[in-house]
Ligand binder design. Structure first.
Ligand code: 6MZ
Length: 356
């Protein structure tokens, strides 16, 4: 047995018992993109109503399974399919509520949803109304949930492909909504389109959000090879959390370990988008062995068809974790979260600590 309850087991399919245990385990989701987490049946339903006719092939094409030849950059096209039909306040509220219902049914007790505020000009929705609609979905879920609430907070994403003016707008909105459910800022999007802009564009924007409103900052980092310089700059600045970190040189990985910056690790997303060769080769193993603060996350459940319980079960079987270790992982994930101290925090903590 290696430290922390791991063992050098290769990728094994999880058992029904493991999956069942992981479903019942109260969990925390820290990295879920709203439009990447839309319910598949809702997407199909919305496509049936479009002028493209009754074909649902566009909706079906968003799912990436084993053997899919699309690489990470090609994969980003799937979000356009979702953005094409999830338009207007009513739909944004509905999909947010459904995402939280699905998470709650999967045993998620706290979620940080992230989304990129967009204008939907065709239906007269501006970015402020976009955020309001998503917050409304969170509120509706809380009010209507029959089988347990998934408490949620919002993180506003800045897409790497957008000009810095868009980033500044997003920071302004995050500051404005910082006492109404927005807890942080994120840097996301296709890394191939927007790397090399950290110091000039992104760092000043995130710094302002942090200084003016105490917003937390999470960054998609090292999602493709050759991003060492950006990673070094990010670490020197000191984000609150980092997502993916698939392509770290040994030196950067060591610096990350030393910084103790929490990481959000998305096993299926990384394997299916071919950033990582296999589950057993996933850097999760090294981070776990090191005792580094981490949260297992889904990224885009619509695209990778793997809810959080399944991600836990995959980690459990691949890395030989026992139930006690997996329970610790779920609790430790909460330690890395952006949820402010208070009533919700205490409620989540109590649910995570309740005997299963
Ligand atoms: C980087 C990702 C991502 O914002 O419209 N997104 N960015 N890496 C990933 N890993 C595969 N998965 C999703 O959700 C969709 C947006 O999230 C980002 C992309 O910018 C995508 O357009 P929202 O709710």
């Amino acid at each position: 047995m290696a430290p922390n309850g791991t063992s050098a087991v290769g990728a094994q399919p999880y058992t029904e018992e493991q999956l069942d245990f992981c479903r019942r385990l109260p969990k925390v989701e820290r990295h879920a993109h709203l439009n990447g987490s839309v319910r598949q049946s809702t997407l199909q339903e919305l496509y049936k109503k479009t002028s493209e006719g009754t074909s649902t092939s566009s909706a079906a094409s968003v799912a990436i399974a084993k053997g899919d030849t699309r690489n990470l950059s090609e994969m980003f096209a799937v979000f356009g399919v979702v953005h094409h039909v999830v338009r207007g306040a009513e739909l944004l509220t509905r999909v947010t509520r459904e995402v939280l219902e699905d998470m709650s049914a999967d045993g998620v007790v706290y979620a940080e949803l992230r989304t990129t505020p967009r204008e939907h000009q065709d239906v007269g929705l501006d970015k402020r109304a976009y955020i309001e609609a998503v917050l409304q979905g969170i509120e509706e879920h809380r009010r209507l949930a029959k089988d347990g609430v998934c408490i949620a907070r919002l993180i506003l994403s800045i897409d790497r492909k957008d000009p810095v003016t868009v980033a500044e707008d997003t920071v302004n909105l995050a500051i404005e909504y910082s006492n109404r459910g927005v807890v942080g800022l994120d840097l996301c999007g296709d890394p191939a389109l927007g790397w090399g802009r950290w110091r000039q564009d992104w760092e000043p924007a995130f710094e302002r959000g942090r200084k003016q409103a105490g917003l937390k900052v999470t960054l998609h980092a090292a999602e493709m090879a050759g991003m060492d310089e950006e990673m070094a700059d990010m670490l020197a600045w000191g984000p609150d959390s980092l997502g993916h970190v698939c392509f770290l040189s040994p030196g950067e990985e060591l610096r990350l370990f030393e910084s103790r910056t929490p990481v959000e690790l998305c096993l299926s997303s990384n394997v299916l988008s071919k950033s990582v060769e296999s589950y057993s080769a996933h850097h999760f193993g090294r981070f776990l062995e090191r005792g580094h603060p981490l949260a297992i996350c889904t990224d885009d459940v619509l695209v990778f068809s793997s809810p959080l319980s399944r991600e836990y079960a995959l980690a459990m079987s691949t890395f030989g974790l026992d139930e006690a270790k997996v329970t610790d992982l779920a609790r430790d994930a909460f330690e890395t979260s952006f949820l402010e101290k208070g009533r919700d925090y205490n409620e989540v903590l109590a649910r995570l600590r309740a005997p299963s």
